[in-house]
Design a binder for this molecule. Sequence first.
Ligand SMILES: Cc1cc2nc3c(=O)[nH]c(=O)nc-3n(C[C@H](O)[C@H](O)[C@H](O)COP(=O)(O)OP(=O)(O)OC[C@H]3O[C@@H](n4cnc5c(N)ncnc54)[C@H](O)[C@@H]3O)c2cc1C
Length: 447
Amino acid sequence: MGTATAGKSGRGTPAAWRNWAGNVTAAPARVVTPTSVGELQDVVRRAAEDGLRVKAVGTGHSFTAAAATDGVLVRPQALSGIQAIDREAGTVTVAAGTVLKDLNLALAREGLSLTNMGDIMEQTVSGATSTGTHGTGRDSASIAAQIRALDLVTADGRLLNCSEKGTDEEREVFAAARLGIGALGIVTALTFAVEPLFLLTAREEPMAFDRVTAEFDEHVTENEHFEFYWFPHTGNCNTKRNNRSQGPAAPPGAVSSWVEDELLSNGIFQAVNSLGRAVPAAIPAIARVASRALSARTYTDIPYKVFTSPRRVRFVEMEYALPRERVVEALRELKRLVDGSDLRISFPVEVRTAPADDIPLSTASGRETAYIAVHMYRGTPYQAYFTAAELIFTAHGGRPHWGKVHTRDAEYLAGAYPRFGEFTALRDRLDPERLFGNDYLRRVLGA
Ligand SMILES: Cc1cc2nc3c(=O)[nH]c(=O)nc-3n(C[C@H](O)[C@H](O)[C@H](O)COP(=O)(O)OP(=O)(O)OC[C@H]3O[C@@H](n4cnc5c(N)ncnc54)[C@H](O)[C@@H]3O)c2cc1C
């Protein structure tokens, strides 16, 4: 979290930049939109000559200042689009600025899909993977874990083509740069594993908090994708189980779509949150009514239509990855905290899972993981809630999402990630002058 201040470039008024949530702003010295990789390499070399730092941004959906810069801000729009589909290898290669929605739609037209994804598809592929964006999965992991190759412009202006099959350097860079928080260089293209388009049957079912938490392991084991939302101030949850299905496709009906989309996520939810912000004392009663408005529903559709949905109500969010076996206890502590305090929380708490993966800075690196995410409506003071929640999460060995509000520093994170030193050693080699540095990276990775 933080605000980057304006740099002095002597090249006119710096253009302001702000993130989706509006809690981070920056005033870069220059804003550039390169149209080719060669142009981007020139941007990097020129910035180094001028003593300016460089930062590629995505669509600004991070709640941390990961993308903020006072130097040269590189916009992704002109480096986007599908570059190649290799059906035999089961891969798609896309330019780094491609928005996930465009990727998902293009893949669906080709009869293909990613295996797993997060809740929305407004982010760029490079921004999403750089902070470890994930959905929920028993066997399938984050979007970064689905990367098979990547191209990276490094601080000396070189373009590295990296995969597991390359030279020692390329293999090492590939391993770390799949989730690099922008610290190792500028990603220009990503190759993802894809598979033939499939159908998922989603079963949404309200369930009591005590039951979901008691049965959590069973739900995770029995379903390919299990997640649930707990409504603070109530004992109510909504569960969602997504499993592959032979079909036929049976999208949700208009009424249930409206309830999910408007009541719980967007239009009416916006009004309810505004009311809650004005009259916090009304929040527990509203939460009880809203959580009881849920009803069970089942539908079958292609993956991105089941995994993702629009989120028009703006909020700030903190999310921690915990060892999976600690998540139920941590959530019960969070519930006791909310029940015993005068906090008024109008947003549901989301719980998801991921299998262990092999990416050094992945929040699921080397361990079976479950995530707890807390949210606050934009404009509502969130510090007291997030501070108390973070104390619980860190006591359980939590690792913060790199793109969501947290207060951890390099010292804490070095203890939370066994391969932290591997990443920072590579950063020292690739970017000794910290051309790609910013205040956020100094805090979380060290000077
Ligand atoms: C409404 C909403 C819903 C969300 N849902 C989820 C979810 O379900 N699961 C989840 O895990 N997260 C979720 N997030 C968080 C979000 O996915 C991440 O913060 C993601 O990083 C945002 O991608 P972006 O394209 O906006 O990147 P930005 O936020 O603009 O940038 C993120 C980081 O990527 C770096 N970067 C961007 N492009 C490049 C590049 N070409 N080369 C190198 N570095 C680069 C930036 O420098 C920065 O460090 C959500 C956020 C919002 C606002």
